[in-house]
Design a protein around this ligand. Structure first.
Ligand SMILES: Nc1ncnc2c1ncn2[C@@H]1O[C@H](COP(=O)(O)OP(=O)(O)O)[C@@H](O)[C@H]1O
Ligand SMILES: [Mg+2]
Length: 174
């Protein structure tokens, strides 16, 4: 497995259904093909590993802090990190940024309407029906990044177009 010239943490943030996991997986496939050593950290997987993590602000912040700590350790040892988390709070994302050497914040930007129309996991329907509480974008906030390294608008762009833009942006680290 090849180490990159400069390890980095590619952090995908955005609403549920915006395209974080899809794009992180695309980049993972690209890096695999090139033979680079990377790790995928995804909200759904890690919530299974830390099953007691809830969705209030404190719990979300602690969750992102744990993940950010891990991301920083992996990066320190030369592993590229592809992290996909809603991570709705600016302060928590900035905490992760401070723990990493090369933090690339990718704002996966999609309108709530588009995410809700996709409703990949059927969660928006449940949130609208009141079956799920503290759902980002419905009854919980999402704080847009102020200075993301990349903004990927997935409302009108294809997965391939979006992935290509991210791949172009990481070339200087590989
Ligand atoms: N440009 C794009 N980038 C990423 N996903 C897109 C794009 N356009 C449409 N989609 C679709 O949006 C959905 C995003 O789902 P997912 O990646 O699971 O979201 P998230 O991980 O952010 O909750 C997928 O069905 C994907 O095919
Ligand atoms: Mg996801």
């Amino acid at each position: 497995m090849m180490k990159p010239r400069t390890p980095f943490v590619l952090w995908f943030t955005g609403l549920s259904g915006s395209g974080k996991s899809t794009l992180a997986d695309k980049i993972a496939a690209y890096l695999s093909e090139k033979g680079f050593d990377f790790e995928r950290l995804d909200g759904d997987t890690l919530r299974g590993v830390f099953p007691s993590t809830g969705f209030n602000r404190t719990e979300r912040d602690e969750h992102i802090q744990r993940v950010g700590f891990m991301a920083g350790l992996l990066e320190k040892h030369g592993v590229i990190v592809l992290a996909s988390f809603i991570s709705p709070y600016r302060q928590a994302r900035d905490f992760v940024r401070k723990r990493c050497r090369n933090f690339i914040e990718v704002y996966v930007k999609a309108s709530l309407a588009a995410c809700e129309a996709r409703d990949v996991k059927g969660l928006y329907k449940k949130a609208r029906a009141g079956q799920i509480r503290e759902f980002t974008g419905i009854d919980d906030p999402y704080e847009e990044p102020n200075h993301p390294e990349l903004v990927i608008d997935t409302d009108d762009e294809s997965v391939e177009q979006s992935a290509r833009r991210i791949i172009d942006a990481i070339q200087k680290f590989l």
